[in-house]
Design a protein around this ligand. Sequence first.
Ligand code: TYD
Ligand code: MG
Length: 478
Amino acid sequence: MTRVTGRPQSRFVCQACAESFLRWEGQCRACGAWNTLVETVVREPARRKAAPAGSRQLDEPTALGAVHEPAVPRQAIGIGELDRVLGGGLVRGSLVLVGGEPGIGKSTLLLQVAAGIATAGGGSVLYATGEESAAQVRLRAARLGLLDGAPAEGIRVVAEAEVGRIMEIARSERPGLVVVDSIQTATVDELDGPAGSVGQVRESALRLMDLAKGEGIAVVLVGHVTKDGSLAGPKTLEHLVDAVLSIEGERYAALRLVRASKNRFGSTEEVGVFEMGEGGLAEVADPARAFLAEHDGPAPGSVIAPTLEGSRPILVEVQALVAPGAVGSPRRTASGVDPNRVALLLAVLGRRAGIGLASHDVYLNLAGGLTVGEPGLDLPIAIALASSLRDRPVQDRTVAIGEVGLLGELRPVSGLERRLREAARLGFDRAIVPRATRDASWTPPVGMEVIAVGSLGEAVERALVAAPAREASASARC
Ligand code: TYD
Ligand code: MG
């Protein structure tokens, strides 16, 4: 389908931003990166037109109400947590990117997706892998128990990374789903750059988009994520695809969170919670409590926060460790939360609540490898820091949630009722929340004592167990 026109031309393509130049230069003039230009032979591929699925060309403006609703044919995968994230299943003709660190479980998840589609009657699945041999895919399928029934027949494996060949096979076999594992190993014959280079990744993705839109086949690309958490390859990949799913979690822990950071056919709010086990990724029965660490009773530095991921409340444990620092600048480490947010909270605690941590080393962590971006985590983080500093645990069965402003003021969070109901269900009976919440019309869950506090200092005092009498005066000086 791709027309090849003109003589081969050589271009120097920046591996960081994909800008191309006629001559080699030490620094890319577009993005400023050094030594990123790589000579690439380019034969201009045919111009392509890719209309979004379900749309048609409108020449005349049309009244919004009269525009035809696009048909969005979905195929449920049969893995509830994943269907939820996708907004009800895979959309035919859509291009989906699944990103995650190496070893997090991308190939495992996609083999399970392939099996789901084959079992649910969504047609056959073409699984093209440039990372492994067909025999290795079979081995994994055997470990996942997918070698009987529909998946054994319905999943067609090919160890092929050349996109033209993959498209040829897809056009003749007409599967319901094509999986390309991974986009970093995919190549296009007309380009000379190595697999994984910006040119190859972008052109491969563009052609696979043609396949998806042109043939109405769902195409899922696997994408590796670099250390800093961005998708390897050009940023343009994220703009190109219809949905970006990312698999998060700690590689050596079992829990995995699947999140949609972009979704043209659904919300980006929902998360799916899985556990990696013997049989691959299994859905977690009670996601709200999945990230709660198991330990006996409250420990200093630990605070439970009822967070909200989309419409789903998830209880997470904030863990802080504060220790007197050596001479020089103290260490600050935060995983699962924004380190800048933690720096800000340390400053606010010092200036507005008299809890000075300037000379202390601070380590902060969310149990279970979860990453939470919502500002409601401010108050639990602040309480955890104070709790560790004073070596006083938070009172039993207590949760805390709220945003902290620069002036030390506390702001309410959305969906408080839903969060507290879930906390109550899991056995918590005290909640520290910002006072402003009280004005809103809502009813606290039965049996839950809601403590509305006006300041950071008050929140810390109400949250922690009382200080032993003779230490009280000492800790007041901290
Ligand atoms: P994999 O899907 O190969 O990761 P990716 O494609 O993202 O690089 O999975 C890697 C890890 O998952 C590997 O360390 C082994 C583990 N695993 C299990 O624990 N159980 C299983 O059933 C399977 C298939 C893998
Ligand atoms: Mg893999």
